[in-house]
Design a protein around this ligand. Structure first.
Ligand SMILES: CC(=O)SCCNC(=O)CCNC(=O)[C@H](O)C(C)(C)COP(=O)(O)OP(=O)(O)OC[C@H]1O[C@@H](n2cnc3c(N)ncnc32)[C@H](O)[C@@H]1OP(=O)(O)O
Length: 199
């Protein structure tokens, strides 16, 4: 009850967020993010997520920054996102349904990131060996990355892939497979499309 009153009293603060949301070309991706963060697709839910989660703010502002730096700066005047050292995402293409669990020291630098990406804390996705002109990974849909994993180089991570906690991934991973360990070991069995959030 108290929270509801607080949310009602502070809704004015989210007006710049609503404006930024409405100006986005890729609203669908934000709506998919909202679903993955356990909310529905209303402006009220957007307000709730903004009040509650600095990590959600950060992903939202990353999306806004692709389209308008000015709007990103305006929203930031009203809401401070999680710091860079918490989660930093660098990619030209980020699918909807992006979820960060316990963001801390997580950096995702990728050519592209598919739908329903889930990343834990202390993860690095980034530069490594150049393959076919790319030195950062491209990541398919429904990819899960456990805590402490390192995913580097111009590799391809397929759809429905699970990357285990602490894995070092520096080679392609096919669809519907799990990869664990250092050196990496690929285990291919069923996909993970229908699974919930793995924590
Ligand atoms: C604060 C918090 O709690 S934050 C949450 C932190 N937790 C995480 O990040 C969880 C990450 N999840 C994992 O690492 C999981 O083990 C997953 C996703 C890799 C499990 O995938 P599954 O497909 O269920 O694999 P399964 O458990 O059957 O293990 C398959 C094999 O990989 C091994 N394995 C599983 N996880 C790992 C791992 N992280 N590192 C090394 N080997 C592993 C298993 O021992 C097993 O080996 P075996 O075939 O020789 O017996």
């Amino acid at each position: 009850m108290m929270e509801k009153v607080f949310l009602i009293l502070t809704i004015w603060r989210s007006i710049p967020v609503f404006i930024a949301f409405h100006s986005l070309r890729n609203k669908q991706a934000v709506m998919e993010d909202m679903r993955r963060w356990g909310e529905n697709e209303t402006l009220w839910s957007l307000h709730k997520l903004f009040v509650r989660s600095k990590l959600f703010r950060r992903i939202f502002l990353t999306r806004v920054s692709f389209e308008s730096r000015k709007l990103q700066k305006i929203v930031r005047l009203f809401y401070k996102p999680a710091e860079d050292f918490s989660v930093d995402v660098i990619s030209k293409k980020i699918g909807g349904g992006f979820l960060v669990c316990h963001g801390n020291s997580t950096i995702v630098y990728a050519q592209s990131i598919g739908k329903n990406f889930l990343v834990h804390q202390n993860v690095t996705v980034g530069r490594g060996k150049k393959i076919d002109g790319n030195n950062v990974p491209d990541i398919g849909d429904n990819v899960f990355i456990g805590t402490g994993a390192i995913v580097i180089g111009g590799i391809h991570i397929g759809n429905n892939v699970k990357i285990g906690a602490g894995a070092l991934v520096n080679k392609d991973v096919p669809d519907n497979c799990t990869v664990v360990g250092n050196p990496m070991r690929i285990i291919c069995k069923k996909g993970m499309e229908d699974e919930g959030i793995v924590n």
